[in-house]
Design a protein around this ligand. Structure first.
Ligand code: TYM
Length: 326
């Protein structure tokens, strides 16, 4: 049996380059390696922990499914599904709630940050990492490809697995994160913060037109000086643009710097925006094609749900029995 991989992504606004470079790109590489049994899902229940407009949510979910399929999540090679279609996730989350303390959740960085940003401190937001543990443990995952910002959540999943195994007998692996080392894409306008759906002005979206990208990159914060150098400590805003440029085109930072050393920021920024936008041409074409067939998209996700449900139901049954139910 191949090691199991699980990862999810929230439909809470458009997919940005942080999501793509921090998680989606790696997930597709892992799928293509053929070495793992991959499970990728749209975390629609998790998206409800943020303020949202119900009339926009269905479109967010559909658009994200189209994005992921166009980028290369392949339902023939990975189980691709919607979290809320698998009722076992929420059911397992309740069982894991009973072995998790409120203190563990109240200390989570993301919970504190979101509340500071003005999100309601709902029980759902507090409980977010337990549902995430359920998402992962439902498939007895060995590995979870996620961005650096998810380290703490993954640590909680490992805690839940360890606590469960200790109290009720060996059941779960303690899943390990697969991180793209050091890759934390920053907001274009606040380079101290990560690129995030909650800071839309600082996001480059995969579906942005070439013109929109150019405009956003032109107005991105840059550091003092004029020389294009890669210096994440002293020139973090510029380093962020070079990193995105490099990751999207496959060119090394050194190569990019050598070409643009004396270009000045304005010329460099235009070249960067054009290169990033051009790297997405094929994606845009595939995306338009997939989006034109919404029923096919729903069918793909339904088939994925059927496969996922079988595994999650088996785990739920085992967990309930071990916890003394039935
Ligand atoms: P979400 O939708 O917020 O983020 C999806 C993925 O994108 C990564 N990411 C970034 N990586 C680098 N730089 C950035 N600026 C950046 N912004 C986002 C995130 O680390 C994430 O991997 N909690 C998850 C969703 C989830 C999940 C799961 C993941 C729910 N259940 C089970 C794995 C396993 C999240 O943050 O989604």
């Amino acid at each position: 049996m191949k090691p199991i991989i699980v990862s999810g992504i929230k439909p809470s606004g458009k997919l940005h380059l942080g999501n793509y470079l921090g998680m989606v790109k790696k997930s597709i590489e892992l799928q293509s390696s053929g070495k793992y049994d991959c499970h990728y899902f749209i975390a629609d229940y998790h998206a409800l922990t943020q303020k949202y407009k119900p009339e926009e949510k269905a479109a967010d979910i559909f658009e994200l499914a189209v994005d992921l399929l166009a980028l290369g999540i392949d339902p023939e090679r990975s189980v691709f599904f919607m979290q809320s279609d698998i009722l076992e996730h929420a059911n397992l989350a309740w069982l894991f709630d009973c072995i998790t303390t409120a203190g563990q959740l109240q200390g989570m960085i993301e919970f504190k940050e979101k509340v500071q940003e003005g999100q309601p401190a709902s029980v759902g937001l507090l409980n977010y990492p337990v549902l995430m543990a359920a998402d992962i443990l439902a498939y007895k995952a060995a590995f979870v490809p996620v961005g650096e910002d998810q380290r703490q959540h993954l640590e909680l999943t490992r805690d839940v697995a360890r606590t469960f195994n200790k109290r009720f007998g060996e059941t779960f692996l303690e899943p390990k994160g697969i991180f793209v080392e050091g890759l934390r894409i920053k907001s274009l306008d606040i380079p101290e913060k990560k690129m995030s759906k909650s800071l839309p002005k600082g996001c480059l979206y995969l579906t942005d037109s070439a013109e929109a990208m150019k405009k956003k990159v032109r107005s991105a914060v840059t550091d003092s000086g004029t020389e294009v150098v890669y210096d994440p400590v002293n020139k973090p805003a510029l380093a962020n643009l070079i990193l995105i440029y490099s990751e999207m085109t496959g060119r090394t930072a050194n190569d990019i710097v050598a070409e643009h050393k004396d270009s000045g920021y304005a010329k460099f920024k235009d070249a960067m925006a054009v290169a990033v936008s051009s790297s997405l041409i094929e994606f845009r074409e595939k995306r338009a094609d997939i989006a034109a067939h919404p029923k096919k998209v729903r069918d793909v996700v339904n088939i994925g749900a059927e496969k996922a449900r079988i595994i999650a139901a088996k785990t739920l049954k085992e967990v309930k029995e071990k916890m003394g139910l039935i």
